[in-house]
Write a protein that binds this ligand. Structure first.
Ligand code: SF4
Length: 167
């Protein structure tokens, strides 16, 4: 299965707890003012890879404590990211998702989209919502603006409502 990415790093300290591999989705519809990753917006930009290649790169990073899907917008390629998530969770790694959509929007979408449902149900954390420049806050861990929440993803899916992992 193919996936379109802006890139992969294996030494991130800012996308969740510990040292992480971060997989950056290519393509984002949110157009947040002040976005730090404008090169990820074009859905035809970046590079197309096989999911197997991405997994091999993550496997080689023996020093990481977890994996993060960021963007861009991972939920625009929910089928490929759900496949990646299945394979990563099978190895027991902690998984963080970033999305410019709120949990409530994704929950609604998950009712008609099994890949969105699976992705949210597999992940440990979901950092949700767009970056809002007027709510920018540099001191927040793992987020850029105060509207964004760190949620317990699979527990929130089971409960049908947003459950915070940390303030
Ligand atoms: S969701 Fe993220 S990548 Fe997309 S425009 Fe907003 S800040 Fe940029």
């Amino acid at each position: 299965m193919k996936i379109r990415l802006a890139g992969i790093v294996t030494d991130s300290f800012v996308d969740g707890p510990g040292v992480r591999a971060t997989v950056f989705a290519q393509g984002c519809p949110h157009q947040c003012s002040g976005c730090h990753n404008p090169h990820t917006h074009d859905p035809l930009g970046g590079v197309e890879m096989e999911v197997e290649e991405v997994l091999a790169e993550i496997d080689r990073a023996r020093h990481i404590q977890g994996v993060t899907f960021s963007g861009g917008e991972p939920f625009e390629q929910a089928t490929a990211f759900a496949e990646l998530a299945r394979r990563i969770k099978a190895t027991g790694r902690h998984l963080v998702l970033y999305s410019g959509y709120t949990f409530e929007t994704l929950l609604e979408r998950s009712r008609n989209d099994g890949d969105v449902f699976e992705l949210l149900s597999l992940a440990d954390w979901l950092v949700d919502g767009p970056y809002v420049e007027s709510l920018r806050e540099l001191s927040l861990p793992f987020r850029g603006s105060r509207n964004q929440r760190i949620l317990l993803s699979k527990e929130s899916m089971a409960a049908g409502r947003a459950l915070q992992a940390m303030a």
